[in-house]
Design a protein around this ligand. Structure first.
Ligand SMILES: Nc1ncnc2c1ncn2[C@@H]1O[C@H](COP(=O)(O)OP(=O)(O)OP(=O)(O)O)[C@@H](O)[C@H]1O
Ligand SMILES: [Mg+2]
Length: 252
């Protein structure tokens, strides 16, 4: 049986705009399992990013409870939360957000130095991660010298430097062309196959088909769940059709 790595109970999020309050997430329960590649889908404005930011501790919750590896994280003071963000979670956004004044190598290693005193270990791991994405030759380049897809692969391995319990990704292929997207998805699939838990928001059916579990968000709640076996390249067309049918049925 799978263990739970992340859990949200009775989650609510309300945004107040002057006199108007919008309930974006409404009493939502969710469990994310260890080693799963979980995807969140839903129409634009459904609250996918909001949910991802709540579960990762980037944003506060209005009500409910969040447990990461059996520790409650939603009531922590900022300093403790910052430590969890640094040590236990990885986050990747649509834009790579690399530091332009630092090399590829430095961008990846720096969050590692913040957590580990063993610089050599961090440096070695940085090289290993770069090697895994065939980018060791680019280690001394600056972000401006990379393509969009290369930048995003660097952002992903940077988020893995401290071996996070969960890798969160909000539309990581949203700004990429088809070829670049495929390289990023192949990287995420490879990372998942090594046991990394991933929670990713996407609009893209090809991206969603890499997951083994899909959650559809509607009206602030989970409206449906679709589950797959381990990803096999030859099954991709069939999976994409199943994802398409799944989201169409829910008003995509
Ligand atoms: N900081 C904020 N203040 C007020 N309203 C917000 C804020 N952030 C999000 N919202 C509102 O919450 C709703 C959900 O937004 P969210 O960004 O989570 O949607 P999403 O599902 O990620 O959409 P998309 O697919 O377009 O990225 C939207 O109606 C949005 O306008
Ligand atoms: Mg969003």
């Amino acid at each position: 049986m799978k263990s739970t790595v992340l859990e949200g109970k009775g989650l609510c999020k309300t945004f107040a705009n002057g006199q108007v309050a919008t309930n974006v997430i409404r009493n939502l329960d969710v469990e994310i399992y260890n080693g799963d590649f979980t995807v969140i889908m839903g129409t634009s404005g459904a609250g996918k990013s909001t949910l991802l930011y709540m579960l990762s501790g980037i944003d506060t919750i209005t009500a409910g409870e969040i447990n990461l590896m059996d520790s409650r994280i939603d009531k922590l003071k900022e300093k403790k939360m910052a430590k969890i963000r640094r040590n236990d979670i990885g986050f990747v956004f649509q834009e790579a957000n690399l530091l332009e004044d630092f090399t590829v190598f430095e961008n990846i290693a720096m969050p590692g130095y913040l957590v580990s005193k063993n610089r050599k270990e961090v440096n070695d791991r940085t090289d290993i991660l770069l090697e895994e994405v065939n980018m060791l030759d680019h280690k001394n380049k600056y972000p401006s010298q990379l393509s969009g897809g290369q930048k995003q692969r660097v952002a992903i391995i940077r988020s893995l430097i401290n071996k996070p319990n969960v890798l969160f990704a909000d539309e990581p292929t949203g700004a990429l062309n088809a070829t670049q997207s495929k390289a990023v998805l192949d990287l995420l699939t490879g990372v998942h196959e090594k046991g990394q838990s991933i929670l990713m928001v996407t609009h893209d059916i090809a991206a969603a088909s890499r997951a083994n579990r899909l959650l559809y968000i509607k009206d602030g709640k989970i409206d449906g769940i679709l589950e797959f076996d381990q990803f096999e390249v030859e099954d991709i067309k069939d999976r994409e059709k199943q994802v398409f049918d799944f989201i169409m049925k829910r008003g995509w």
